[in-house]
Design a protein around this ligand. Structure first.
Ligand code: NAP
Length: 640
């Protein structure tokens, strides 16, 4: 392929050099691309600056230019894959840190270096394939996790149907259309490992791009014909005698139907039932009012007096978008969010960067690995609680306090010219206590606008004319609730009745638990994706979690096929022991601190949302189901 020199120069100017060096080991077969003196020393919370002297970077670029030019002029074949030991060294190099030995197979798998991943369904034997074809699986939800389940079931040859209440795929990315909605995980990581997108327009793309991505994946995998839209799942009931789930559906015309399935996969997400503040008078407000997840695009905000209640991840995105257009905005804040500096939060991906992703083999994989390591596992130590810490409730350890100092200064500096704001923008709780947002200055920029007022007095009530806080009535035309979701209320849209007529929500009694977030005793062949204790606080990608969970669930179906069992049910002792470990471990992190109140904790104060271990631990725990963890049951009657 002839090389456009100007484009290559442009690409090299914006390349992530450590990822490029890693890729060039594969492209050239030459290990000297990862020589020690080129190892990056990343500046914390930067966009990945290498910390290398400019002349060293220039040298790398010049050599990379020659290597890429030569590769593109050739036949496109790569030399033999580097041995594992070399891949290990590339990992350390790209991460700018020594990656613990335990991560080697995990990263190899995540990157699919050898072209295969443990997440690819393994249904090779004809006997298994025949068993797979006899199953029927019902997936609830066609969002990110349900789509993924559909793809993997399809690859495994398991018949399935996906049910979704919405008229299209995308789940949260279909429902949340508020102005400024965008992903806050870097897109080159927030995408399926097997469906890279080299054309993400921004590093953190807006919602329409995410929806477009998921729609594209659905088309490429031919999933649409498996999906029933605008259909509600009302109830799932286990038929003990027959060993099947009977699932009651209701279509948009109100017609009910009961379908049978050997297994149910619930992929309904955690963040889709809006939560409103528990204050009197909400229904008395005379003007339009709506929740961020149910944005009223028909309400013209131009010139209006608008109240925004809540300052979490959603408000953080829509306030800067609508502030210039509204007449007057009053933002009601209970706690400020921690905004971690990310200068390129709204920036486009340069064309040269996209070109490298597309044309230099393995560049996309190593760039993904860089993001993966530096924003997830590499960040975790900063939010780990030190049991001996006695420096106050604003931090959980010395390193956490150091981060607090740095980010606190960054936030305060933005409002140094505003005495009325300076004491209000730095949270009292530790970093990692709640999900941090990504800050490029537009949030505090919006709060500093002349037409925006920040109110930190306690919300007292809503009246027909506005919002009362601190004894003052703030009259407004529109109220927008950015008050989050009923996240601890898992699977709140439908009933699940398991063995012996036990209803799942009664069993949970407001304190949802599951084994590995997926299975519950007495609920055979019922699996959840993004279930209890599978959320992450620091900026990992939930897609990673879903991929691990789906691998495990497909492994469970494989176990049914291999053993000829009709049903599998997690053992209660296994489930309980796992949950005891989860509860103990959650206390060891900033989000488990007794000084933090958040939606990660349920009404009992238990952290019911979060995974308290490393990503690698979920990856390992979900490699395949352990038969000893389950009770297998024989089939008594054939499935209809
Ligand atoms: P959220 O983070 O739960 O924020 C809710 C906000 O409402 C908080 O500021 C909360 O204050 C406030 N609030 C709740 N009840 C209140 C009351 N009675 N009085 C006054 N204030 C009240 O909700 P969210 O912003 O919708 O985000 C939820 C989650 O969705 C995020 O954590 C994230 O996981 C996800 N999300 C992701 C993205 C993204 O990827 N780009 C964007 C949006 C959302 P306190 O802090 O004091 O509780």
């Amino acid at each position: 392929m002839p090389v456009d020199v100007a484009l290559l120069d442009e690409a090299l100017a914006v390349a992530h050099l450590p990822a490029l060096c890693g890729a060039l080991v594969h492209v050239t077969g030459d290990e000297s691309w990862i020589r020690p003196e080129w190892t990056p020393v990343y500046v914390p919370l930067s966009r990945g600056e290498t910390g290398l002297p400019p002349e060293v970077e220039a040298d790398i670029r010049a050599r990379a230019k020659a290597a890429i030019t030569e590769f593109l002029a050739g036949d496109g074949k790569l030399p033999p894959a580097p041995p594992v030991a070399v891949v290990r060294r590339i990992m350390d190099f790209v991460a700018g840190a020594e990656i613990p030995e335990a991560y080697a197979d995990f990263a190899m798998d995540e990157l699919a270096i050898a072209g295969q991943s443990s997440k690819d369904p393994q249904f090779d034997q004809p006997r298994l394939q025949a068993a797979a074809r006899k199953l029927k699986v019902l997936v609830i939800g066609a969002g990110m996790s349900g789509i993924l389940a559909g793809i993997r079931l399809s690859q495994a040859g398991v018949p399935f149907e996906i049910i979704d209440k919405n008229p299209d795929v995308g789940g949260t990315w279909f429902e949340n259309t508020y102005p400024g909605c965008r992903v806050d995980n870097a897109n080159h990581m927030y995408s399926y490992s097997f469906e890279p997108n080299h054309a993400w327009p921004q590093h953190f793309s807006p919602q329409p791009e995410l929806l477009k991505y998921f729609r594209g994946v659905v088309e490429r995998h031919g999933l649409r014909r498996h999906i029933r839209f605008e259909t509600l799942v009302e109830a799932c009931a286990w038929d003990d005698a027959k060993g099947v789930w009977r699932v009651t559906l209701k279509d948009r015309d109100g017609r009910s139907e009961v379908v049978e399935a050997n297994a149910v996969i619930s992929a309904v997400g955690q963040l889709n039932r809006p939560r409103y503040p528990d204050v009197e008078g909400r229904e008395t407000f005379e003007g339009p009012s709506f929740h961020s997840a149910e944005w009223r695009h028909d309400v013209d905000l131009k010139g209006k007096r608008v109240a925004v209640i809540g300052t979490g991840a959603s408000a953080f995105q829509f306030v800067p978008e609508i502030a210039p257009e509204v007449g007057q905005m009053t933002v009601f804040m209970r706690n400020p969010p921690w905004g971690l500096p990310v200068a390129h939060y709204h920036e486009s991906v340069p064309e040269g960067f996209k070109w490298l992703l597309e044309h230099v083999p393995y560049y996309d994989k190593w760039y993904r690995f860089y993001l993966f390591w530096t924003t997830t596992e590499g960040f975790l130590p900063m939010v780990k609680s030190d049991p001996l810490w006695n420096g106050g409730p604003g931090a959980v350890s010395e390193v956490n306090a150091g981060l607090r100092e740095m980010v606190g200064q960054y936030l305060s500096a933005q409002v140094a010219d505003r005495a009325d704001l300076v004491d209000k923008v730095v949270p009292g709780y530790p970093i990692g206590g709640k999900r941090a947002v990504l800050d490029n200055g537009v949030w505090l920029g919006a709060l500093k606008r002349e037409n925006v007022r920040l109110v930190t007095d306690k919300l007292e009530k809503i009246t027909s004319k506005g919002v009362v806080a601190g004894g003052v009535e703030h009259e407004v035309d529109v109220i927008i609730y950015g008050t989050g979701f009923q996240a601890s209320n898992f699977l709140s849209f439908y009933k699940v009745t398991g063995k012996g007529g036990r209803e799942l929500h009664d069993v949970w009694a407001g304190d949802a638990r599951a084994y590995l977030g997926m299975t519950v005793p007495d609920f055979p062949n019922f699996f959840m994706i993004y279930g209890p204790n599978t959320n992450i606080v620091v900026n990992g990608s939930i897609i990673f979690f879903s991929e691990c969970a789906v691998r495990y669930i497909v492994g469970c179906l494989r176990m049914l096929g291999e053993t000829g069992a009709a049903a599998m049910e997690v053992r209660k002792d296994v489930h309980d022991a796992f949950n005891a470990k989860v509860d103990e471990a959650n206390k060891g992190w900033a989000w488990g601190s007794p000084h933090v109140t958040s939606w990660y904790k349920n009404s009992f104060g238990r952290v019911s949302q979060n995974w308290p271990f490393g990503l690698i631990d979920y990856w390992r725990a979900t490699l395949a189901p352990n038969p000893d963890d389950f009770v297998l049951e024989r089939q008594t009657e054939p499935v209809a």
